[in-house]
Design a protein around this ligand. Structure first.
Ligand code: PGA
Length: 258
């Protein structure tokens, strides 16, 4: 089963709309030739229309950083799935910063993922353990439970359009990472095997699973050389044109596409 690798840049709360358009203007010619890998940019909401218009006709895709589960309503500050439709292909749900600062739970992440799918958007479901869970040796149990909760009620036919991002909380923005072998083991045991128990081996083999957390040009090759790691969700290094381009190049090389 060969899965198309996917490298996504999560810009978090960086770049104004005009800075974002300038950035992708530099990125497009560099990234366009690097085929075989999906290349996704997730700007802040306000920058999405400009970025989306700029990348139109190029192979670069756009994602949002979150989405509400209701179609519309009195939810001040939120964005509904239909508002993103036509502007983005992907939407990150369950990022640890949304869990931490906005109180997202697995239940909410599950509702967001289902609402995204219903609107024809592809969710990137982010999971990952705290440093305490990691130190206690409970990572696989914890992440496995997150996967079961986040996929609750998601039908079999939708599973292949979902991307999972495994992001240990202690690795995000810290420069610390698990070893590539360790990340692969957790992804295999706590994500792919749990998906296999829910949906069958064939379906589980189709799901792309990213590693995220302090992915940089100097560690990308190691992560991408692992058999169960299909790409990366990248924060800091996605804010620099050269670094992001290098990450996509390294993904292609590691997956035998270059
Ligand atoms: P980082 O962020 O690459 O800056 O560690 C990753 C993320 O939060 O998705």
């Amino acid at each position: 089963m060969s899965r198309i690798p996917i490298v996504a840049g999560n810009w978090k709360m960086y770049k104004t709309p005009s800075e974002a358009v300038d950035f992708v203007t530099s990125l497009i010619p560099e990234l366009s030739p690097l085929d075989g890998v999906e290349r996704v940019i997730c700007p802040p909401f306000l920058a999405i229309p400009g970025v989306s218009a700029k990348v139109a006709g190029s192979p670069i895709q756009v994602g949002a950083q979150n989405v509400h589960w209701q179609k519309e309503g009195a939810f001040t500050s939120d964005i509904a799935p239909a508002m993103l439709k036509g502007l983005v292909e992907y939407v990150i749900v369950g990022h640890s910063e949304v869990r931490q600062y906005h109180g997202d739970t697995d239940e909410r992440v599950n509702m967001r993922a289902k609402a995204a799918l219903e609107a024809g958007l592809k969710p990137i479901i982010a999971v990952g353990e705290s440093v305490d869970t990691y130190r206690a040796g409970q990572t696989e149990t914890f992440v496995g439970a997150q996967i079961r909760a986040c996929f609750a009620g998601i039908p079999q036919e939708a599973v292949s359009s979902i991307v999972v991002a495994y992001e240990p909380l202690w690795a995000i923005g810290t420069g610390l990472t698990p070893t590539a072998e360790e990340a692969n083991q957790i992804i295999k045991n706590a994500i792919r095997n749990v998906l296999a128990s829910l949906y069958g081996e064939d379906a589980a083999q189709q799901v792309r699973i990213q590693y995220g957390g302090s992915v940089k040009p100097d560690n990308m090759k190691g992560f991408m050389s692992q058999p169960d790691i299909d790409g990366a969700l990248v924060g800091g290094a996605s804010l620099k044109v050269n670094d992001f381009v290098t990450l996509v190049k390294l993904a292609r090389e590691a997956k035998g596409l270059a």
